[in-house]
Design a protein around this ligand. Structure first.
Ligand SMILES: [Zn+2]
Length: 273
């Protein structure tokens, strides 16, 4: 029997799937990024996840029999104990999908599912920007917006494990319609998708966040307006959370923050002064 000393982590996003194979100290041996192509539906996306797992095993020269467990971070709401993805606005058509069970059956190893922002909060606490912090808020700013609330060193799950859905708190009641069915949610006003929308409004064409950022750096007035609008709504949404939780630290991660801040670890920390 080979010793099971490696783990695989999958970050299932609305736009990209990041998969990595690591040893038990958290050192990454191989990683891959694939497009989610969420519009092609859940069967397609689940196949991409499986493919990414096979690829990280191959490129690290490991076999599934050496894997202790697979952990998946998925957009909320997630029922983590049951391993079920409920109905995330960023994965259209997904309703009560038992993703952990499906992958457990396919790979015959233990599979754990967690809300992506909660998983990231734990990651930042163990290896990243929140080391040593006991009360902090992790916010992922990506295709959507999610929150991981850590109180006294533990992720706060609420009554059913789905607390921290800060992306669906309303910050502009007459704002854009959100995938959750309400208007003006934090996520629809301040995520990567929101920046694309503001870019369209102020630049007259659909550009990706990275392109808007590059134009803004050159001083393009339309791009600067788009980023200002995003920053305005980010500040309202984050300010509400700071007033609710009084965290000692706010950690911002996720794809959009990565593109805007260009940090390999994808997180920045803001300490309360
Ligand atoms: Zn919403």
């Amino acid at each position: 029997m080979p010793i099971k000393k490696y783990v695989i982590g999958v970050d299932l996003g609305g736009t990209k799937i990041f998969t990595a194979l690591a040893d038990q100290k958290g050192r990454i041996l191989s990683e891959i990024v694939l497009s989610t192509d969420a519009s092609k539906g859940q069967v397609f996306v689940i196949n991409i996840i499986k493919q990414s797992i096979v690829q990280v095993l191959e490129s690290a020269g490991k076999t599934i029999s050496q894997i202790k467990a697979i952990g998946i971070g998925a957009p909320g709401p997630v029922l983590s104990k049951q391993g079920v993805i409920v109905n995330p606005p960023n994965l259209p058509g997904w309703k009560a999908v038992p993703l952990a069970g499906i992958l457990r059956k396919a790979f015959k190893v233990p599979v754990y599912l967690e809300n992506d922002a909660n998983a990231a909060a734990v990651g930042e606490m163990k290896f990243g920007a929140a080391q040593g912090a006991k009360n902090f808020l992790y916010v992922t700013v990506s295709t959507g917006i999610g929150g991981g609330i850590v109180i006294d060193g533990k992720v706060y799950g609420g009554s059913n494990g789905s607390a921290g859905e800060i992306g669906h708190t309303i910050i502009e009641p007459t704002g854009e319609m959100c995938g959750c069915g309400r208007r003006g949610c934090f996520e629809i006003m301040a995520s990567g998708r929101a920046l694309v929308r503001y870019g369209k409004e102020f630049l007259g064409k659909e550009l990706q966040p990275i392109e808007i950022e590059q134009l803004a750096k050159k001083g393009d007035p339309g791009a600067l307006k788009a980023i200002d609008r995003l920053a305005y709504y980010l500040a309202i949404g984050l300010g509400n959370q700071i007033n609710t939780l009084s965290p000692e630290l706010l950690v911002i991660g996720g794809g959009l923050s990565y593109e805007l801040f260009k940090r390999i670890c994808t997180s920045r920390k803001f300490k309360r002064m």
